[in-house]
Design a protein around this ligand. Structure first.
Ligand SMILES: C[S@@+](CC[C@H](N)C(=O)[O-])C[C@H]1O[C@@H](n2cnc3c(N)ncnc32)[C@H](O)[C@@H]1O
Length: 285
């Protein structure tokens, strides 16, 4: 049955009943039951996203919506999806990938003697770490350095177990590849949809659940890519995470934040800018 609110336009919907105590209970519940650290996310952003789900389900008070979560586990999952915002694509923002190819990869291939660890933090369903893997392989093939690929390990982490399960499957709808050059799509994926990433490009990529807010990253990375994640966190948390990235990088290691994120406060002086437009930085050697 179609729920009544779905056929109303947003102008026709009644306003939400704002009750701070009820909202606090809802946030508390999500944190306790699903481990979502709501106090560290930007409040405005959380309210907006909770409101989207409440309106979609025709619940206009926080307490009423909290009750719904108890009786409808699928809605609970949908709320978590809405809060974590897992939009992503292969080779999202072409300019950034060119910057990595030209300004990072030569140095990674030349300077890494043993193992070269790369971390995609907040990797969603795996498109970002797999794009890194494809880029590495393309570069190695073009420069006759395929034998060195075994030194590279790419780790994708995210807070959302559903996204990580999708990443492990390695199969994608056409929408995930709209920013992928056709030559790369034909070279690295089975024909689709769904497009299945070839085993070769998946071999050195692993995934695990990690909460950027509460888990300390294990160190020794040569490259950390973290895009479209930290922007949703409160400022003090952002600074703490940038410091953790600094600590987790080897001397001379690279940090890529993409156009949306910016280094905060004192963490700005920790890194040397390499490509300010793409927010590509380097830890001094
Ligand atoms: C918009 S996606 C970004 C995906 C990819 N980095 C990109 O730019 O295409 C944001 C991802 O951050 C994850 N995320 C949100 N909060 C997180 C946290 N506290 N720790 C780790 N990942 C988190 C979400 O689950 C989501 O998959």
């Amino acid at each position: 049955m179609i729920e009544p609110t779905r056929i109303l336009t947003s102008e026709a919907l009644p306003p939400l009943r704002e009750c701070e105590a009820e909202l606090a209970c809802l946030k508390d519940k999500i944190q306790r039951e699903r481990g979502f650290n709501s106090p560290f996310y930007k409040d405005k952003c959380l309210r907006r996203r909770i409101a989207v789900r409440m309106r979609a389900r025709g619940r206009f008070g926080y307490a009423e919506y909290t009750q719904l979560l108890d009786s409808d586990p699928a809605e609970y999952d949908r709320l978590l999806d809405t809060l974590t915002i897992n939009v992503t694509k292969f080779f999202r923002n072409a300019d950034m990938w060119s910057a990595i190819e030209q300004e990072v990869l030569p140095s990674l291939f030349d300077s890494c003697e043993r193992r070269c660890r790369i971390w995609s933090a907040g990797c969603s369903s795996g498109e970002e770490p797999y794009s890194i893997s494809i880029l590495l392989r393309q570069w190695a093939e073009q420069h006759g350095r395929e034998a060195e690929l075994r030194r590279f390990a790419i780790e994708g982490t995210d807070i959302d177990p559903g996204c990580l399960a999708a990443a492990e499957r390695g199969e994608y709808p056409a929408l995930s590849l709209v920013e992928t050059p056709p030559a790369l799509r034909d070279r690295w994926f089975s024909s689709g949809p769904p497009y299945r990433l070839h085993e070769e490009a998946r071999r050195n990529v692993s995934f695990r659940r990690q909460d950027l807010i509460s888990d300390t990253p294990p160190g020794e990375y040569s490259l950390i890519v973290c895009r479209n994640v930290i922007i949703y966190f409160e400022r003090e948390v952002q600074e703490r995470i940038f410091q953790a990235f600094y600590d987790a990088l080897v001397p001379g290691g690279f940090l890529v934040l993409g156009k949306v994120e910016t280094l905060m406060g004192r963490t700005r002086s920790l890194f040397a800018p390499v490509n300010p437009r793409q927010r590509l930085f380097r830890k001094p050697a």
